[in-house]
Write a protein that binds this ligand. Structure first.
Ligand code: 13P
Length: 245
């Protein structure tokens, strides 16, 4: 089973209209040879509309950073998966650790959001990951596999993506070693509840940069990267994409 690598950029709460030119810069960077992988960008919701068409021109899909479980209704400030699909999005991140921390999102809510994404025809990127305390106490694998069981919907593996993002590696410049990341990805695959785990794409996230991407992406169970800070710069994002095996 070959899984197509996926390199995703999560801009988080960064980006103004002046940053729409990122897509042209990326296009110019990739002109010399397109990496053999899927590329998806997750800009803030305010920029999605302005990036769909430029993204299509460059072969970059666009996704939302979050979605509401409901399709519509009295939920001021929320954006539904159906609304993202209506704009032309193909993916949505659910359960990012920053949303779990800032908004108290639980595994059950994350699962409901992932189900909403599937209902709307979007691919959910379901984020899981342990704290530094969990890792130091030797319970990282137990915590992450429990999050997987509780956050992932009952769906074919080909319709969802898992992102393993150790919380201590996000925005800190520290990454999991290639060996630790590979071991966790293998554990996630082994704990996937369906019998189609070989089709499951599992991304690594947490301080992925051009100089550490190659080692991570060469591991057998690491199918791509969810890149935060380094995705704000189109040249670094392209450099990471060029590291796919
Ligand atoms: P950084 O790459 O900035 O560490 O962020 C990772 C992340 O949270 C992507 O979703």
């Amino acid at each position: 089973m070959t899984r197509r690598p996926l390199i995703a950029g999560n801009w988080k709460m960064n980006g103004l209209r002046s940053d729409l030119a990122w897509m042209d810069t990326l296009g110019a960077e990739l002109e010399g040879g397109r990496p053999d992988c899927d590329l998806v960008l997750f800009p803030p919701a305010t920029l999605i509309g302005g990036l769909i068409e430029p993204g299509q021109a460059q072969g970059v899909s666009i996704g939302g950073q979050d979605c509401a479980p409901a399709a519509s209704g009295a939920h001021t400030g929320d954006i539904s998966a159906e609304m993202l699909a209506d704009l032309g999005c193909s993916h949505v991140i659910v359960g990012h650790s920053e949303r779990r921390a800032d908004h108290g999102e639980t595994d059950a809510q994350v699962r409901a959001k992932a189900e909403a994404a599937l209902r709307a025809g979007l691919t959910p990127i379901i984020c899981i990951g342990e704290t530094l305390d969990d890792r130091e106490a030797g319970r990282a694998e137990a915590v992450v596999t429990a999050q997987l069981q509780a956050s992932a919907p009952d769906a074919p593996a080909s319709l969802v993506v898992i992102a393993y993002e150790p919380i201590w590696a996000i925005g800190t410049g520290r990454t999991a070693s290639d060996d630790d990341a590979q071991a966790m990805h293998a554990a996630i695959r082994a704990n996937w509840r369906g019998d189609d785990a070989q089709a499951l794409r599992i991304l690594y996230g947490g301080s992925v940069k051009p100089d550490n991407a190659k080692g991570l992406l060469s591991r057998p169970d690491i199918d791509g990267a969810l890149v935060g800070g380094a995705s704000l710069d189109a040249q670094s994002f392209a450099a990471i994409a060029r590291c796919v095996r």
